[in-house]
Design a binder for this molecule. Sequence first.
Ligand code: SAH
Length: 374
Amino acid sequence: MSVQLASQSVSQGTPTPRLGASLEELTAWVQDRGQPAYRGKQLYQWLYRQGARSLSDITVFPKRWRENAEPVDFGRSTVHHRSIAPDGTIKYLLQLADGNLVETVGMPTSKRLTVCVSSQVGCPMACDFCATGKGGFLRNLETHEIVDQVLTVQEEFDRRVSHVVFMGMGEPLLNIDNVLAALRCLNEDVGIGQRSMTVSTVGIPGRIRRLAQHKLQATLAVSLHASNQTLRERLIPSARQYPLEDLLAECREYVQITGRRLSFEYLLLAELNDRPEHAEELAKHLRGFQSHVNLIPYNPISEVDYQRPDRQRIDRFVRALEERHIAVSVRYSKGLDVDAACGQLRASKNKEEFFRHSSPLTREDSFLSAESRL
Ligand code: SAH
């Protein structure tokens, strides 16, 4: 994977050590400070395996150097809040160095530990069914802030993370450089297989092509949610600038360039897009497409009154796709009972604190997808 490391703050010619840095960069950094190269390897081990939070945590480093070196903080987050569901899913609110909060979810099964990561604080896409979209956008996450979420869950569960899905807050392709750098690091430095990582996008013109050119082996999931342009525009405002036909054409290019099948996510909203004629229309678009459809029954958020379809309607939609030879599965949420299905943990926590401390929190809502294939 040919990925450029995102720019980081530079000190004496080499970037300050942060999650996201490669072994070569860390080695260059210690050598710049007159230390032998093997200290780079130690720094790498402590950063990625031992959970070091600052240079002073690295007890194998000579005490004198640790005390005299410039203070280096690796930029780790702190756990601000945890919500634990009976199925073992844990939703975290992580506090970043600048005080912002992001949601991250750890979803364990006997064989897997999946982390759902955020790529932005908030999201500018404003999809009508999504709580994050209702709360506006603050900023992109830095590479280290994305990698940190995975390491935090790994440390919290005391177990290796096996899978990562970019399905938390934010639109990953609007933060493509940092997301690519995080994917590189998670793969090469943290040791998670590229094919065990999924990037989910609503589609940003030209960006799916850019991912394809990187020959990403991660899975691409495209949030389609509608079987025609009119319906899609109603749910996803950005669709106005990116017609369904163009999005699908770019997806076809992706499959051609990478040779990888992609997933289409389709949110099921009762009556609105879950009728047999919608399935038929969807199937027409996807005929012959190397793809898989993931149906997501809508998880209610408080701001809008869309309805989640019942089991019968979901099954009817599945059958209608299957009859047309479209590969399909249904994704039910994990951790449904903590702070609503799609998290809204940050929303509820922010509100709580808003009232308790009258803190000038800028945002109240967020979406967190604690989705996972069951
Ligand atoms: N911006 C990316 C990642 C967003 S979250 C994207 O759009 O793909 C991951 C998935 O959860 C997306 O498919 C998103 O549309 C979906 N989602 C958002 N709100 C939801 C809700 N209330 N119920 C169910 N799924 C939702």
